[in-house]
Design a protein around this ligand. Structure first.
Ligand code: PMP
Length: 404
């Protein structure tokens, strides 16, 4: 009965957000948030989304019918092209199937559930650290989990040797979860040369790549560049899967727009393999959510399938990524200017929404107590929480705590 249900541990991020809300200090800074903020620390509805949204709302044929189980076809087809490239041989050769999901979280879940059923007995390897939800989602479907080294505390960059070494020792068939760009939480990505080496080792050891693509276009402002690793792996002939999210790059967070893609290597029976996989994914989807959420997919589909809107989206992506890159440059040069002890090149080397500052838990708590700056205990900051009005205040708070 209900007596046996223990209280779950508090989600550390929720606790942090509540503490921030309750803080009455006027210069408080929220660097915990995982969503884009404009220079006024406000949520930003992308102008292109506003446009698509208005057209949808005034469309006399708009209705609230169910989408098909696998999702809105115009959306899933355009999403394949977005992540794999419009001229992808995998699409041309019908080696891809796609199911629309409850955003990236739902895609990771659907993929994990599918693998737990049909790829049973394999261990999933996550970067240390990774997005915390990866652990919860895979644990929920009873897939054994291991980790590979990723972040080097010394360089505040990639522990490439450690990563390769562990991956190289994984059992054949193991699932290797990879962040396709803008690694969360560290902001550290492999270089293209390093990706090639990771691919080489994974191919040799017959490992299964599971790409989490939550920041395509949001990271660099270039949709193709941010999908480079996935496309390279596909070129190398891997069978792999991709969890795709439109939360960040379209700012559709609450609308839950995303997809799960499964890609097989080129072979004479690839099309029939994909058809079997698609049929199983549809059954799983039916029992999980029946039909995916419609609104975000409709907005995204309107943008993905219209040249003018697509071009405007690319501009909006450059606005977001450009502001974040500016904040990185400013923060680094301010710290260097003040002669803050330590090296700060990692602030600009890292990419995407987050930066692993290298601040210790003790320093994080001190900065929270004294300067009212809120970040997670691992020293991760959301770059989007910084703006021209609070960045110097933040840099000075870091300078002070580092010197103490
Ligand atoms: N994967 C990673 C690495 C993420 O950072 C996020 C967003 N925080 C997601 C997946 C999923 O986000 P959503 O469910 O909003 O698409």
């Amino acid at each position: 009965d209900a007596d046996v249900v223990p209280h779950a541990p508090e989600d550390p991020l929720f606790g942090l957000m509540a503490a921030y809300r309750n803080d009455t200090f006027d210069k408080k800074v929220d660097l915990g948030i995982g969503a884009y903020r404009d220079n006024n620390a406000k949520p930003w509805v992308l102008p292109v989304v506003k446009k698509a949204d208005e057209a949808l709302r005034t469309d006399p044929d708009f209705n609230h019918e169910y989408l098909p189980i696998a999702g809105l076809a115009n959306f899933t087809n355009a999403s394949q092209k977005l992540v794999l490239g419009a001229d992808s041989p995998a699409i041309r050769e019908k080696r891809v199937c796609t199911v629309q999901t409850v955003s990236g979280t739902g895609a990771v879940h659907l993929g994990a559930l599918f693998l737990s059923k049909f790829y049973a007995g394999r261990t999933a390897y996550f970067s240390d650290p990774t997005w915390v939800n990866h652990h919860q989602i895979f644990t929920n479907v009873h897939i054994p989990i291991a980790t590979y080294p990723y972040f080097s505390a010394q360089t505040k960059g990639l522990d490439f040797e450690g990563m390769l070494d562990t991956i190289g020792k994984a059992a054949e068939g193991s699932i290797i979860l990879l962040h396709s760009c803008a690694h969360n939480p560290t902001g550290v990505d492999p270089t293209q040369e390093q990706w090639k080496e990771i691919s080489r080792v994974m191919k040799e050891k017959k490992l299964f790549p599971f790409f989490d693509s939550a920041y395509q276009g949001f990271a660099s402002g270039d949709l193709n560049k941010d999908a480079w690793a996935i496309r390279y792996f596909i070129e190398q002939g891997f069978e792999l899967c991709i969890a795709q999210s439109y939360s960040k790059n379209l700012g559709l967070y609450g609308e839950r727009a995303g997809n799960f893609h499964f890609v097989t290597g080129a072979s004479s029976d690839a099309e029939s393999t994909i058809s079997r996989i698609a049929s199983q994914l549809a059954i799983i989807q039916r029992s999980e959510i029946s039909n995916p959420p419609a609104y975000g997919a409709r907005v995204a589909s309107a943008i993905l399938n219209d040249q003018a809107l697509f071009a405007q989206w690319e501009e909006d992506l450059r606005t977001m990524s450009g502001r974040i890159i500016e904040m990185r440059n400013h923060l680094r040069s301010k710290l260097e200017e003040m002669g803050t002890p330590g090296t700060w090149n990692h602030i600009t080397d890292q990419i995407g929404m987050f930066s692993y500052t290298g601040l210790t838990e003790k320093q994080v708590l001190k900065i929270r107590g004294e300067a009212h700056v809120y970040m997670t205990k691992n020293g991760r900051i959301s770059m989007a929480g910084l703006n021209t009005k609070n960045i110097d205040y933040f840099a000075e708070a870091v300078d002070k705590v580092v010197r103490e």
